[in-house]
Design a protein around this ligand. Structure first.
Ligand code: FAQ
Length: 368
C-alpha cells in the first residue's frame, strides 16, 4: 500500500495496514487484481450465443445463463430493458458523483499548504474528472449520450452522491475526504469490478486502482496532522468528526429500505448489500483510526465477538434522504457551480466539435 513517498510507521505495519492485510487497502487491491483476472477469463469463455434468429424467450435464457456463469454482458448482447435502464441510472449517478465530487476538494487547490500538497491534490481532482469520463463512456455503450446525461444532471433530474453536499471547512477536510470518502468509495467500488456488465466492470478496475492512491494521500495528510502540533491534531479530529457519519451514509439506505439492491444483486450488478459494505468499511476504519491516533466519533463503537464485527451507530438516514432530495448544506452551491462551469466550457466543446468536423470533412486534392 505505501510506496517510497511515505515511510510506513512501524505501528502501521503492525496494525495490519501492510501489504495484503485483511481489510486494508492492499487487500482490496488484491481483490481488484483477482477481478481483473476473472474478467479476462470470462471474455475467453462465452456461453454459446443463441444466434440472430433467437426469440424473446431464448434471448432471456441466454442472458440468464451468462449471468449465472459469471460471464459478462457486453454492449452487443441482448439484455432486458430494466437491466439496461438500471445500469444507466447507477452508472450516470456514479459519473455525476465524480464530476460534482471535484468541487469540495477543488476548493482547497489554491490554498494547499505547500507546492507538493497542491500538485498532489491537483492530480487527484483531475483523476476524478477522468473517472467521470470513463463512466460516461461506459453509460454511452448502453445507448444513451453523454450530453443527455449531463443535461439530466444540470436539470436536477439525476442524482449524485450525498457526500459531496457537505462543505470542506479546513485543510484537514481534504485528508478526511481522502481517508473516509475515498475509503468508502473503494469499499463500495471494488465489488463493482465484478459487475456483470463488461464496460462498467472494466472502468471500475482502473478507477479502483486510482482510488487507492486517493485514499492513501488522504491518510497521509491526516497522519501528518495527527502527529503535528496539538492544534493540527485537533483540526484533524474535527474533520473526522464531521465526515464520519456522512461517509457511512454514502453506502445508501439500510437494506430494508433499499429499492434496487435485491434486483441489482440478482443481476450481479451489486455483489453485496448496502449494510454489508457499510459494515466492512467500519471494520476497516477502526484499525486505521487507532494508527492515526484519532477517534471515531461513536461512543457505541465496539467489537462484537459473536458477530466478529464492530457494532456501531447508524448514520441519520432522515438526513441522508433530505440531502438526496436537495436540502443538504451545499446542494444549491454545487448545482450553481456546475451550471457555471458548464456554461464557461461551451467554447471548448464548440471548438472541439468544429475541429472534429474539419478532420472528418472529405479532403479535396489541390489542383496541380
Ligand atoms: N447519495 O436502492 P438504493 C466517489 C439513492 S464516487 C445519493 O440502495 P442502489 C469518488 C439511490 O440512487 C461516490 N443518492 O440504490 C470520489 C436510489 O435513488 P433512485 C458515488 C443515494 O443504487 C471520491 C435511492 O437512493 N459512488 O465517492 C445514495 O442500489 C472523492 C435508493 O437507494 C457510486 O455511485 C447516496 N449516498 O445503491 C469522487 C457507486 N444512496 O436512483 C470525488 C456506484 C442511495 O431510485 C472525491 N453506486 N441513493 O432515484 C452504487 O454502488 C449504488 O448506486 C449505491 C446505492 C450504493 C450508491
Amino acid at each position: 500500500m505505501y510506496g517510497n513517498d511515505f515511510n510506513v510507521p512501524d505501528e502501521v505495519a503492525g496494525a495490519g495496514l501492510g501489504a495484503g492485510a485483511p481489510g486494508g487497502p492492499s487487500h482490496l487491491l488484491d481483490e481488484v487484481a483477482a477481478a481483473e483476472r476473472a474478467l479476462r477469463e470470462a471474455g475467453a469463455a462465452r456461453v454459446a450465443d443463441p444466434g440472430v434468429a433467437a426469440d424473446g424467450d431464448e434471448l432471456l435464457r441466454y442472458f440468464d445463463a451468462v449471468i449465472e456463469a459469471d460471464q459478462k454482458i457486453e454492449p452487443r448482447d441482448w439484455m432486458p430493458d430494466a437491466y439496461r435502464q438500471g445500469l444507466i441510472r447507477q452508472i450516470a449517478q456514479h459519473a455525476h458523483s465524480e464530476i460534482i465530487g471535484m468541487q469540495p476538494e477543488g476548493n482547497w487547490i489554491s490554498r494547499a499548504p505547500s507546492l507538493k500538497r497542491k500538485a498532489i491534490l491537483l492530480a487527484k481532482v483531475q483523476d476524478e474528472a477522468g473517472h467521470g469520463l470513463y463512466l460516461y463512456a461506459a453509460a454511452e455503450t448502453l445507448g444513451v449520450s453523454r450530453d443527455a446525461l449531463v443535461e439530466l444532471l444540470l436539470a436536477g433530474r439525476q442524482k449524485y452522491s450525498s457526500i459531496f453536499n457537505y462543505p470542506t471547512l479546513t485543510w484537514a477536510d481534504v485528508g478526511a475526504i481522502g481517508w473516509l470518502v475515498d475509503g468508502a468509495a473503494i469499499v463500495n467500488q471494488v465489488p463493482l469490478c465484478r459487475c456483470s456488465y463488461g464496460p462498467y466492470a472494466r472502468a471500475m478496475i482502473r478507477i479502483c486502482k486510482e482510488e487507492s492512491f486517493h485514499q492513501r494521500q488522504g491518510y497521509e495528510i491526516l497522519h501528518t496532522l495527527a502527529h503535528g502540533t496539538p492544534g493540527q491534531k485537533a483540526m484533524a479530529q474535527d474533520a473526522v468528526n464531521r465526515w464520519w457519519y456522512p461517509s457511512l451514509a454514502m453506502f445508501g439506505p439500510p437494506d430494508a429500505d433499499s429499492t434496487h439492491s435485491q434486483q441489482s444483486m440478482t443481476w450481479k450488478i451489486k455483489r453485496f448489500s448496502n449494510d454489508e459494505l457499510r459494515q466492512r468499511f467500519v471494520d476497516m476504519c477502526v484499525q486505521q483510526a487507532s494508527v492515526l491516533g484519532l477517534d471515531i466519533p461513536d461512543p457505541d463503537l465496539r467489537w462484537n465477538e459473536q458477530r466478529q464485527a464492530h457494532d456501531y451507530t447508524q448514520p441519520d438516514y432522515t438526513e441522508l434522504m433530505r440531502v438526496i432530495k436537495g436540502d443538504g448544506p451545499c446542494n444549491r452551491q454545487r448545482a450553481a457551480h456546475r451550471h457555471a462551469a458548464h456554461a464557461d466550457g461551451a467554447w471548448v466543446r464548440e471548438a472541439a466539435a468544429a475541429y472534429a468536423a474539419k478532420r472528418n470533412a472529405p479532403t479535396t486534392k489541390a489542383a496541380a
